[in-house]
Design a protein around this ligand. Structure first.
Ligand SMILES: O=C1O[C@H](COP(=O)(O)O)[C@@H](O)[C@H](O)[C@H]1O
Length: 217
């Protein structure tokens, strides 16, 4: 794992947007196209605002979520809504979008994103419980989701949270570049706590050894 510490939130979000923008541009130059998976939740919005205004080769980039909550798309809890409102706008409005949830909730996930794997650039978030994407400690689906051959799976989250669709462990691990965005002392403590644990108790460990973590207080 590599850890990059930033002085504050603005430096974190713009510095990360610079880095991801550079990697996406390089991937398009090398492969003619790139795939870019991003988290939902409360943290990445300002980074989306920053990168959406960059002049990247967006029309050769396919954007998708790392995970989605099974809620209506107009819900404030919808990661798709966040993506549409904060990332697929401005310069990035010309990016392609690959949904990870089918039009009919509960329908087969097979083949939805296969054309875009391995991911060129993967950005993940992390909760203070050390979950990443929707790989939650304590979920009955976690052992399967950490090892599944399929890149997408329906999973239960932690108690009290809505069920999810998530990229599985192998799909995350196969990304060409892996970044994790975390902010605040609670998540920094969770990152420290994850050290030495297994992915079964600290799911972030499924990607941590190969990831660059970007953190600001
Ligand atoms: O539920 C989720 O949580 C994680 C972390 O979210 P945050 O609100 O603590 O930033 C997020 O990465 C994931 O995409 C989301 O579905």
């Amino acid at each position: 794992m590599k850890l990059i510490e930033y002085a504050g939130a603005e430096a974190l979000m713009t510095g990360l947007a610079d880095r991801l923008g550079q990697e996406l541009t390089e991937a398009v130059e090398a492969q003619g196209r790139a795939s870019f998976a991003v988290p939902g939740g409360s943290t990445p919005g300002p980074m989306f605002d920053a990168i959406a205004q960059r002049a990247l080769p967006w029309d050769q980039i396919t954007v998708m979520l790392t995970d989605e909550r099974r809620v209506p798309q107009d819900s404030e809890r919808s990661n798709t809504r966040l993506l549409r409102e904060r990332l697929l706008v401005g310069q990035a409005a010309s990016a392609h979008y690959a949904p990870i949830v089918p039009e009919v909730d509960g329908a087969d996930l097979t083949g939805l994103i296969d054309a875009h794997l391995p991911l060129s650039v993967l950005l993940l978030g992390m909760g203070e419980d050390m979950h990443t994407a929707s790989l939650f400690p304590g979920s009955p689906d976690l052992p399967h989701a950490l090892a599944a051959a399929a890149p997408l799976m329906y999973v239960e989250a932690s108690d009290g949270l809505e069920p999810r669709v998530t990229l599985t462990g192998p799909a995350l691990q196969s990304a060409q570049s892996i970044h994790i965005l975390i902010k605040g002392e609670g998540k920094r403590a969770a990152l420290d706590r994850a050290a030495g644990q297994s992915p079964e108790t600290a799911p972030i460990q499924t990607v941590l050894p190969h990831a660059t973590v970007h953190w600001a207080p």
